[in-house]
Unconditional design. Sequence first.
Length: 266
Amino acid sequence: MVIDNFITVILSVIKTGLGLCDETDITVKGLEAIKSCERVYLEAYTSILMVPKEQLEKFYGKELIIADREMVESQSDEILLNANSLNIAFLVVGDPFGATTHTDLVIRARELNIPVTVIHNASIINAIGTCGLQLYNFGQTISIPFFTNTWKPDSFYDRIKENKDLGLHTLCLLAIQQLFEIEETRNQKVYTTESLAIGIARLGSSTDQQIKVGTLNQLLSQDFGPPLHSLVIVGSRVHILEIDFMRFFAVDKQLYNEIVKKDYGI
């Protein structure tokens, strides 16, 4: 019996599979959904996994079809093919709506009168709270792409400034060095090499998660190991409990205390 024609499932990435980290991070509901599907797609470009897809296939008991950017953005009809008679799963690292591409896919399915079931899971957006900052003090999340010689987009800078003007923290996905390069170009002092920040690697891993607090300059010299990497630029609206919590992760606790006193008056 076909229960749902199109099932969107999230898998968190952490260390060995989906979900935030490994294959066991999937919810019970998500695993049951996958087992009911004839075709299972694994979205493989908005985030990367920390385990090979073979490990996921063994745990889920299903062959996974890799869905790259071109397939998801330009060949959605292929993903939705025969969805009026088959259960199809679309697996996403994190949460299904963590990227606008997945919203587009849901819209396309509904235009074709294909029912959509969404099964949520943990993502970087809520798990980032483990660094000690309170979620309601975060502003817009930004993505910082790796630059090329001819492509250096800087629209993320405006989002950081908007967050800063409100005193809010900014979650940055990917690269620190690009922050410095764009600040030199814009020169609005939205952040400096001495701005307080938090570097995070492999969030959710039970074995090698890393969280380090320091200036942007300090974090740039730290070895965080392999991906996934994220960065939080700490805003001015900081609660005393956030200060106390971050101290545990400080690269240099004496310098941390000096920065907190100078920049935050705490």
